[in-house]
Design a binder for this molecule. Structure first.
Ligand code: AHG
Ligand code: MN
Ligand code: MN
Length: 343
């Protein structure tokens, strides 16, 4: 029988042998993984658990909240606030940061999450996920403010996501490559199923919402047009397209077999830098993708170099196979792109 390595064993060994994971960070990751298990159970129950449909409220970005958005947010908060590993949390579903209450010890990390990514897919039984990013609290004062969170993604201590699909898979980086763990529902444990994940540098697959084509900026239009030309065009090969509308599921495919994902700035609302959120969607995915040998830019700069100015800031995202991301980015850097470099 092949030896099974659990998430706990993986983290303990990373801590002991490579010194990547301090004790508090190990606890944090285990708690997030446990919360994801609870979210997976709620997701699986679906209509039987009365968790489908909308909650009748809106989040800070004016999006209608689904019941599972709120349930997942609560699960993550409750699981994480008492362990002593966190100073504060921030979420897509909360206007302001959630500081660990005074009755609990305060830790040195800060956790950001998109509790349920791909909300439009919940009710139609298509893959969804949870995305998380971990930052260190700089400074030793007890208070925490939104400013403490506004760190470029390159300072993330860890990042990951859990995809609730045909399998429930947790994907993690602590800055030493990317590892994947599959949930064994019989034993309830996360089992290491891939290590040192690598995204192929080249691909024949792109992911973009084509219905926005008329709003795209010139570099994005040029890139996709060239892909669509196929074998007889500039690229000399046929491309395939996938768009799941759950970033988690699209990124999971890219980490598994390569590809490029674009949710670019477009002319619908020119003042909006993009749709996706920098701090709890783009940064953690950029960290994972770079750790797997890929790239992530906003067309002009590396996503993880961007200095956030507010918690719920949006960003243009191009990530995945290195050579494709380099190509789209180089098209942006040529004259003619209207895309703002950063809001
Ligand atoms: P969320 O459900 O957390 O709001 O995120 C949805 C995001 C992302 O997961 C996906 O790639 C994108 O929105 C889909 O947007 P469109 O519906 O515009 O294609
Ligand atoms: Mn999302
Ligand atoms: Mn969400």
């Amino acid at each position: 029988m092949t030896k099974r390595i659990s998430l706990t064993q993986y983290l303990v060994e990373q801590q002991r042998e490579h010194g990547h994971i301090p004790g508090q960070l190990r606890l944090l990751i285990e708690v997030v993984a446990r919360a994801c298990k609870r979210i997976a159970i709620a997701v699986n129950k679906g209509a039987l658990g009365e968790v489908l449909g909308s909650a009748g409220s809106e989040n800070v970005q004016g999006e209608v909240q689904k019941k599972l958005d709120i349930i997942s947010n609560e699960v993550l908060i409750e699981a994480n606030e008492w362990g002593g590993h966190l100073a504060a949390m921030a979420s897509e579903e909360m206007d302001d940061i959630h500081v660990v209450p005074n009755r609990y010890p305060q830790g040195e990390y800060m956790l950001l999450f998109d509790p349920l990514d791909g909300s439009s897919n919940i009710d139609v039984n298509v893959s969804i996920g949870t995305i998380f990013s971990v930052l260190r609290k700089v400074g030793h004062n007890r208070g925490v403010s939104e400013e403490d969170f506004l760190q470029p993604g390159k300072f993330q201590a860890a990042a990951g996501y859990c995809v609730y699909g045909p399998q429930t898979t947790l994907v993690l980086t602590v800055g030493d490559g990317v590892a994947m763990f599959t949930l064994d529902r019989e034993t309830g444990s996360w089992v290491l199923t891939s290590e040192n994940v690598q995204i192929p540098a080249d691909t024949k697959e792109f992911a973009i919402n084509m219905s926005n084509m008329r709003h795209w900026d010139t570099p994005v239009k040029r890139y996709i047009d060239e892909c669509l030309e196929g074998k007889d065009g500039t690229r000399g090969k046929d491309f395939n397209m996938r768009w799941i509308a759950s970033m988690v599921a699209d990124v999971h495919r890219i980490l598994t077999r390569g590809g490029v994902f674009l949710y670019p700035w477009d002319k619908r609302e020119p003042a909006k830098p993009g749709k996706l959120r920098l701090m709890y969607e783009a940064n953690p995915m950029a960290f994972l993708v770079e750790q797997a040998g890929g790239l992530a830019t906003n067309g002009h700069q590396r996503i993880m170099d961007l200095q956030p100015t507010k918690l719920h800031e949006r960003v243009s995202v191009i990530l995945g196979s290195k050579n494709e991301v380099q190509r789209v980015t180089s098209y942006h850097l040529e004259k003619g792109a209207e895309t703002p470099s950063q809001d």
